[in-house]
Design a protein around this ligand. Structure first.
Ligand code: GLP
Length: 243
């Protein structure tokens, strides 16, 4: 695992954007799984700007959704779907046939999981997965649990995710379950980037990097990945033991 600590959120975002651009420069038909959330928002804006100014074409890329709030409509501003459309797909004019997101309104969530797993296999795996980390150490919606769920699954959200998740919504929203790629997808992705910023993430980052690797702290599994990058700003890295 590679650890990079940047001076601030802006430089972290530049670093992450550069890394995504590099993957697409080298493989224009890359399969990308880019998380929604506050952390990568600026990185995506910078990535879109660089794509336009440097002529990097994302049109041949395939986009895989990481996770979604079950039961929340894609037109709801708090949905991952809405976030990705607004910050990535619309500014880069990605065609719908290149976008594979979980249908949060499905009546058959298990079928939706099988469909996503099949899509990933048909596209020969994920080249780059960029993830954030939840306040409880979740990746996507892989919540702290005794069991390790390798592929797409439905999850009952834990209290932290339900509460923290309110920040994405304009009004109080009932969040009970999520649908998510599994940690096996993360371990099988050819490259993984985990981004975190701010002092609120400092303790969960310390535990992720310095405590045991365990499904009880899903993000810690990134340390078992062969080509993983943990990209932080100084605040998120402030509780790490100096090396
Ligand atoms: C959310 C999502 C994750 C996201 C993480 C961190 O609840 N399920 O996909 O990466 O938690 O979010 P943020 O970047 O807003 O802190």
């Amino acid at each position: 695992m590679n650890l990079k600590i940047y001076e601030n959120y802006e430089s972290l975002s530049h670093g992450a954007a550069n890394q995504i651009i590099e993957v697409v420069r080298q493989k224009p038909c890359a399969v990308l799984c880019l998380a929604a959330g506050d952390t990568p928002r600026l990185a995506y804006t910078l990535m879109v700007n660089m794509a336009k100014t440097e002529g990097i074409d994302f049109a041949k890329c395939t986009f895989i959704g990481l996770d979604e709030w079950l039961g929340i409509s894609p037109v709801n501003e708090g949905s991952c779907h809405h976030f990705l459309r607004r910050h990535i797909f619309e500014p880069l004019s990605i065609s719908n046939d290149k976008i594979h997101l979980f249908d949060a309104l499905t009546e058959d969530p298990q079928g939706e999981c099988r469909k996503m797993d099949k899509t990933i296999i048909e596209n020969k795996g994920i080249d780059l997965m960029l993830v954030g980390i939840g306040m409880n150490g979740h990746i996507g919606f892989n919540e702290p649990a005794g069991s390790f769920q390798a592929y797409s699954h439905v999850v009952e959200l834990d209290e932290t995710s339900r509460t923290v998740g309110q920040k994405y919504f304009r009004e109080q929203t009932t969040l009970t379950s999520g649908i998510t790629l599994g940690l096996g997808h993360m371990l099988e992705a050819r490259q993984v980037i985990l981004v975190a910023n701010g002092s609120k993430k400092a303790d969960i980052i310390r535990r992720t990097i310095e405590e045991d690797v365990t499904p009880l702290l899903p993000a810690s599994l990134i340390r078992n990945h062969v080509d993983a990058y943990v990209i932080l700003d100084k605040e998120a890295g402030s509780l790490l033991t100096p090396r």
